[in-house]
Design a protein around this ligand. Structure first.
Ligand code: HEM
Length: 191
């Protein structure tokens, strides 16, 4: 592990430590369950977008080092998505499987969130060297689903918001920009 991977790892852990500190101090606002659901969902999405920014950064500015932490950042996104799901299952739905299933089937934003999670799960399980070798070219095809996961994560957020759309639309704008920068057009001027 190169030395500069450590600060990235610690930065990925920071939101968890911050939340754990809030839980310990019982300082998560008037609705701690809502706070935890929102914070873990936000971090899953932010880290996913940061992961998607790495290739455009390399193309535009020639930054190669971040590529080496892409997998770590992607796994951190999955990690926060897992916490998000656990908070919902445990603290919100209280392991009531029937109610949970009803939510998944009847609330489109939950359905979409589940789909995003299923993609992240598949990507996390195949993010190792063994799967890379085994899947060959299909590995890249599978891992292109990461864009779908981000799009579904943003749709999930837009769908659930009742009033202030500023943040979800900002995520959407960032995602759109990252997609545009991936087009061959984004390489104009690279020589
Ligand atoms: C595993 C299935 C998922 C379930 C059951 C789920 C459920 C929820 C719930 C109940 C909320 C709060 C809704 C409210 O307050 O009205 C929420 C918010 C959110 N979720 Fe999910 N979610 C899932 C997956 C995901 C994934 C994979 C992402 C990101 C990639 C994500 C990102 C978010 C974001 C950004 C918010 C809003 C945070 C905020 O308001 O600041 N969720 N989710």
């Amino acid at each position: 592990m190169r030395w500069w991977k450590l600060p990235v790892f610690l930065a990925g852990l920071a939101p968890l430590l911050w939340l754990a500190w809030g839980v310990y101090r019982e300082d998560l606002g008037p609705n701690p369950v809502e706070y935890l659901t929102h914070a873990t969902g936000d971090w899953a999405l932010r880290l996913l977008l940061i992961t998607l920014a790495i290739t455009p950064l390399r193309r535009l500015f020639g930054w190669r080092k971040p590529v080496l932490v892409r997998r770590m950042l992607g796994l951190f996104s999955f990690f926060y998505a897992c916490l998000h799901l656990i908070v919902w299952l445990w603290l919100d739905r209280e392991w009531q499987w029937a109610g949970m299933l009803e939510d998944v089937l009847k609330r489109p934003y939950i359905t979409v969130g589940m789909l995003a999670f299923a993609i992240l799960l598949a990507l996390a399980l195949t993010s190792n060297l063994f799967s890379m070798r085994r899947l060959g070219k299909n590995w890249q095809r599978l891992h292109r689903l990461v864009y779908g996961a981000a799009a579904l994560g943003i749709l999930h957020y837009i769908w659930l918001v009742k009033a202030d759309l500023l943040l979800p639309l900002t995520y959407l704008a960032v995602f759109g920009l990252l997609m545009v920068l991936r087009l061959p057009l984004g390489r104009v001027g690279q020589g």
